[in-house]
Design a protein around this ligand. Structure first.
Ligand code: ATP
Ligand code: MG
Length: 622
């Protein structure tokens, strides 16, 4: 007998009742330890039944498959219940996160989900966001469900550090976040309640904080490498987080809401949202000024224009870009570049569908008419005559409505293409252009799964978190502000993103590290000599689960009342990385079958002695 069988239960351990519904003994003595661990049995693990009977509407993708296979259910729009399978995946993601956060020397905390609106008022974020779930308590105090925890953790640390030696600090948590998203979508991809890992770092100096930032990026790369899936790390915009340095980790996917621009030749990788800052010149213009000079060059055929509205609805923005140097005739304007033309006074809303209709309605309402403004934004390639001409076209409208008009011209760019245009496949890479490398850009739709931000003193300055000097307390307000970073990973989003990255028309496919179970042993229980197949299944289970250096997380499909073909379909839908079948081939020729859809492997004749080793080889590759 091969050594893998030493110390394992014998056939005698089976009792007759196992032939009825389920078959196996539930406990195994691991060959290499004296610990008795119950075997994980499909019959004892609740997965909602009959889900595979539902037929596809359209092409299945991760979300539908996750629901159909029984991982989660939607309770309300953007709000979900995790079922046992989904929770196992979530726990695996959390374990992966824990491993890499520990490699950074970060300690785990769990902050309250309830946060005071007063605190958020101090950082100025309360009025900026529209995604808060706000509520009052019985004393009419104002609270919110935390969408993120910069405010709370800064206040906590402010309260607890009293000496210079207390820094650096690295704290993280894996917790529920609440955002009343305008458009919840894609199931777990964009929820209103979701699980996030958030890490916060606190350093004494800016230089230390930058070193920490580099460590976090490295830890993120190590974490995402373990999923063995393609991902892109791109320079990102820091949005309303403040700070000046930020990167995002993305999975390429058509379901993604981000456009990531990479180069075929160099390491250029940027989110379309990230637009390096540039200078603009702003000038008030008279609506009825006379048009002078040549108005024929850069005529409308060389221009694209798009309108926007500010978030406060007081400013209408018309942006013009020259398409002369564009490689595509379907060029369009990048709203994030238009955003970059303004400071905090004008916040461009990139999500308005019909800005002119909304603005005209605002004019007609007569409300605060004197505050309404119109901005004409022109890229660096458009000459002044054209600027005048475009504004002149609106003369009557501006005049009649007493609108104040401003021309905003991009001043300093060495780029040969319009700075306002969206990048397209095949455009020259700006980084290569400088280095004469000649690379071309590629635009990829992608799902953002992680984000790193260097915050600097964005929060510490507002909440008085200072590096304590010896003998002084923070309240003395002396010394430098603590330099912070915050770093998120969307745990629930990651589950949905992995599911859609790897699934096929038969079901889900999980990388080993986040699979609900790594191996399923399917035993044919509908044959007369089933006691033997059951025993072989148990032996394979015990060898895999009890391996000292490379233990696997195994489940046995022990259901006696379920058809064998059904079990295999069920296995495909749920997406166990490796499936071992002890069935007809075992009875005829003493071989087991091993399947791994991820690697396109289907081996029909594997001996019992070879099977566990072969399974481990496959697991190590996925
Ligand atoms: P997005 O641009 O997609 O709204 P964000 O920039 O608002 O993301 P962060 O505040 O940086 O996101 O949050 C950290 C991580 O949390 C994100 O990288 C993402 O993976 C995840 N995340 C953010 N919002 C949601 C959501 N509504 N549902 C699920 N995951 C989310
Ligand atoms: Mg968001």
């Amino acid at each position: 007998m091969p050594s893998i069988f030493r110390g394992l239960p014998t056939l005698k351990a089976l009792s007759p009742q196992h032939n009825v519904k389920t078959f196996s003994t539930t406990a195994t003595v691991h060959a290499h330890s004296s610990q008795i661990t119950p075997r994980q049995l499909r019959s004892r693990f609740w997965i909602p039944q009959a889900t595979i009977k539902q037929q596809n509407e359209g092409v299945p993708y991760g979300r539908q498959l996750l629901v159909r296979a029984g991982y989660f259910r939607q309770a309300y729009s953007g709000i979900f219940h995790m079922l046992p399978l989904g929770l196992r995946v979530q726990s695996k993601v959390e374990a992966l996160v824990d491993k890499h956060m520990q490699s950074l020397g970060a300690s785990k905390v769990s902050l309250s989900s309830i946060s005071s609106q007063k605190l958020w008022d101090r950082t100025g974020r309360l009025n900026k966001g529209s995604e808060f779930f706000k509520f009052k308590d019985r004393r009419h105090a104002d609270w919110l469900l935390a969408p993120t925890h910069e405010e709370e953790i800064t206040a906590l640390v402010q309260d607890l550090i009293h000496a210079p030696g207390h820094l650096p600090i690295r704290l993280y948590q894996v917790s529920r976040k609440y955002r009343d998203e305008r458009r919840p979508r894609g199931g777990l991809l964009r929820g209103r309640e979701f699980i996030m890992k958030d890490l916060y770092t606190f350093d004494s100096t800016e230089a230390d904080a930058h070193a920490t930032y580099a460590d976090v990026r490295k830890a993120y790369s190590n974490l995402f490498d373990e999923l063995k899936l393609p991902y892109i790390e791109a320079r990102a915009d820091s949005g309303n987080m403040g700070g000046d340095l930020s990167h995002e980790f993305h999975f390429p996917s058509n379901l993604g809401e981000d456009d990531i621009i990479t180069c075929t030749n160099c390491d250029y990788a940027k989110n379309e949202e990230f637009v390096p800052s540039f200078k603009t010149v702003q000038q008030a213009v008279e609506a009825d000024a006379q048009v002078t000079g040549d108005t024929t060059s850069h005529g409308p055929s060389n221009l694209v224009s798009q309108s926007f509205l500010s978030k406060d609805r007081k400013c209408f923005i018309k942006a013009y870009a020259s398409t002369e140097a564009a490689s595509s005739n379907t060029a369009s304007i990048n709203p994030f570049a238009v955003k970059e033309c303004f400071d905090d006074q004008v916040e461009v809303d990139t999500g308005v569908e019909d800005p002119i209709a909304l603005f005209n309605a605002r004019i007609e309402s007569g409300e605060n008419q004197a505050q309404l403004k119109v901005y004409y934004v022109f890229d660096q390639l458009i000459n002044n005559d054209v600027v005048q001409r475009q504004i002149h076209e609106d003369k009557k409208w501006l005049h009649e409505n007493k609108l104040r008009a401003f021309a905003v011209k991009i001043a300093d760019s060495s780029a040969s293409q319009s700075i306002l245009l969206k990048k397209r496949d095949g455009d020259p890479c700006p980084q290569c252009e400088i280095q004469k490398g000649g690379g071309k850009l590629k635009v990829t739709k992608a799902i953002e799964v992680g984000h790193t931000f260097h915050l600097g003193d964005r929060y510490s300055s507002k909440l008085d978190l200072l590096v304590p000097t010896a003998g002084q307390k923070n309240v003395d307000k002396k010394g430098a502000y603590v330099s912070m970073g915050c770093h998120g990973i969307g745990v629930s989003r990651l589950i949905a993103a992995v599911a859609s990255a790897l699934s096929d028309d038969r079901g889900l496919i999980w990388p080993r590290v986040v699979a609900p179970f790594e191996v399923l042993v399917v035993v044919n229980t509908k044959q007369k000599d089933m006691a033997e197949t059951v025993e072989v299944g148990n032996q394979i289970y015990d060898d895999l689960a009890g391996h000292p250096g490379n233990p696997a997380d195994v489940l046995i499909d022990d259901r006696g009342d379920v058809d064998y073909g059904w079990k295999l379909k069920d296995a495909d839908l749920i997406g166990y990385p490796v499936v071992v079948v002890v069935g007809k081939r075992w009875m005829k020729r003493k071989f087991v079958e091993i399947q791994c859809r991820h690697l396109n492997v289907k081996e029909n004749e594997v001996s019992l002695a070879d099977a566990p080793g072969r399974v481990r080889q496959l697991l190590d590759r996925i």
